[in-house]
Write a protein that binds this ligand. Structure first.
Ligand code: SF4
Length: 374
C-alpha cells in the first residue's frame, strides 16, 4: 500500500479519486500495534464517538501504554479547526477545517426550533459536478475525503457541544444525543466518493444513537452509483435526497451541466426501484428544488415537477430558497415560491419549503467554498 501511495503521488489527477494517499486511522493503529486482539479496534472506534472522551487520555478502557503511544502518534481528530463563525442568534455555526495535507473543507451545525441539532457534512474537497448555482462547484474537485474525515466532522461538532442530561424516573441520568440528524449536503457529491461515504455512514450508525432515517445523503443524481445502492448489501438504509432543480431536461442541463440526455426518465425508473426497496412510513425519497428567479420557477415548471413526481409514492419535494452565492442567479420571491408550492399541492404531491439557515455566514445551501469565495 505504501509503495502504491508513493507511485500515485506522481499522478495527482488519478489520486484525487481514490482515498489511499493518507493511511486510515485504522491502518495507522494496526501499524503502531500489529499484535493487538481484534476487539481492540472496535473498542477504539466506539471510544472515538463517546462525548466524554476529548483525547486518548480519556479512553480509560485502553491500557495506559496504548493511550500514551496513541497520544504521541495519532491525532484524536483527523481535521483541525481553522476558523469557526456563527449566526448572531446562535442557530447556525460554520467551521473551516483543515486536513493533514492542508486540504480545507467546511461543515455546518444547525439548531432547529425544538433545540435539536443537525450537522451538514462535506464529502469531497471541492466538487466536479459544476452546478451553476453552487460555490463548491466553482472550485472543481480537489480530492475525496476519507471516511475518517467525513466522520470527524460529526465528531468535531459533538466534541464542541455541551452534553445534555435527562433525569430518569429512577433517579439515574440518561445521556441523550444532542445531534439528532446528519445531512451529507456540504461540499462535494457523496455518490462520487461512494466507498468512503458508505464506510462513514456504517461507522456512525454503529457507534452513535442516530438512526438511518435521521441521516440524509444528497446527490445531484449520479445514476451508476444510485443504481449500485439497490444491490449493495452494505449500503445502510439512510434517506436519499436528489437535487432535481428542474423536471425539464433543457433547463436542468443548463443549471446542472452533469445532467445526461436521458437523465429524467432514468432517474424516475431508479426512484421507483429505490422506493420499492427502502420506502416506508418514515423513509421518503426527497427531491430538492432550488428556486431560481425566471429560470425554473414558472407555473409551467411547477406543473412539470408535479407530473414528474406524482407517480412516485413516498416521494416529497423540498423547495429551497436560493442563496446568492455565485451571483449568476436571483432568488425567487417568497410570493412566487408560494404560488409554485400551491400548484404542486393542488396536484396532490407532498411538498415542503426548507427553512433557509446560515445565509449571513455563507453557511447555507450552495454557499460552502472553504474560504475560497470570490
Ligand atoms: S450542488 Fe452539490 S453536486 Fe452540485 S456542484 Fe455543489 S456540491 Fe457539487
Amino acid at each position: 500500500m505504501d509503495k502504491l501511495r508513493y507511485i500515485l503521488s506522481f499522478f495527482p489527477k488519478i489520486r484525487h479519486n481514490i482515498n489511499i494517499m493518507t493511511p486510515t486511522r485504522r491502518e495507522k493503529f494496526s501499524k503502531l500495534f500489529p499484535n493487538q486482539p481484534k476487539f481492540r479496534w472496535k473498542q477504539i472506534e466506539s471510544a472515538l464517538f463517546q462525548e466524554k472522551n476529548h483525547s486518548w487520555d480519556d479512553v480509560s478502557s485502553l491500557p495506559i501504554p496504548i493511550r500514551e503511544k496513541l497520544a504521541e502518534e495519532l491525532p484524536w481528530l483527523s481535521l483541525k479547526r481553522v476558523t469557526e463563525v456563527g449566526e448572531a442568534d446562535g442557530s447556525v455555526r460554520k467551521v473551516l477545517l483543515e486536513a493533514e495535507d492542508g486540504a480545507r473543507i467546511e461543515s455546518v451545525l444547525m439548531q432547529n426550533k425544538s433545540g435539536k441539532y443537525s450537522v451538514c457534512v462535506s464529502t469531497q474537497v471541492g466538487c466536479a459536478m459544476g452546478c451553476s448555482f453552487c460555490s463548491t462547484g466553482k472550485l472543481g474537485l480537489k480530492r475525496n475525503l476519507s471516511a475518517d474525515e467525513i466522520v470527524d466532522q460529526l465528531r468535531y461538532w459533538s466534541l464542541s457541544q455541551t452534553p445534555i442530561s435527562i433525569p430518569e424516573p429512577n433517579g439515574d441520568t440518561e445521556r441523550k444525543e444532542i445531534i439528532t440528524n446528519i445531512v451529507l449536503m456540504g461540499m462535494g457529491e457523496p455518490m462520487n466518493n461512494y466507498e468512503s461515504v458508505r464506510e462513514a455512514l456504517n461507522s456512525i450508525l454503529t457507534n452513535t444513537g442516530i438512526g438511518p432515517t435521521h441521516i440524509t445523503v444528497s446527490s445531484a443524481g449520479v445514476l451508476p452509483r444510485l443504481n449500485k445502492i439497490l444491490d449493495d448489501k452494505e449500503w445502510p438504509p439512510v434517506c436519499i435526497a436528489i437535487s432535481l432543480h428542474s423536471a425539464d431536461p433543457i433547463i436542468r442541463k443548463k443549471i446542472m451541466p452533469s445532467s445526461g440526455p436521458n437523465f429524467l426518465p432514468e432517474l424516475a425508473e431508479w426512484a421507483e426501484a429505490y422506493l420499492k426497496l427502502f420506502g416506508n412510513r418514515s423513509h421518503y425519497l426527497t427531491f430538492e428544488y432550488i428556486m431560481l428567479d425566471g429560470v425554473n420557477d414558472s407555473a409551467e415548471d411547477a406543473k412539470k415537477l408535479a407530473a414528474y413526481t406524482k407517480p412516485l409514492s413516498r416521494a416529497k419535494i423540498n423547495l429551497i430558497a436560493y442563496n446568492d452565492a455565485a451571483g449568476q442567479f436571483k432568488p425567487s420571491s417568497p410570493e412566487k415560491i408560494q404560488a409554485f408550492m400551491n400548484i404542486i399541492l393542488a396536484a396532490g404531491v407532498d411538498v415542503t419549503r426548507r427553512q433557509s439557515l446560515g445565509g449571513a455566514i455563507q453557511a447555507a445551501c450552495g454557499q460552502l467554498a472553504a474560504g475560497e469565495r470570490d
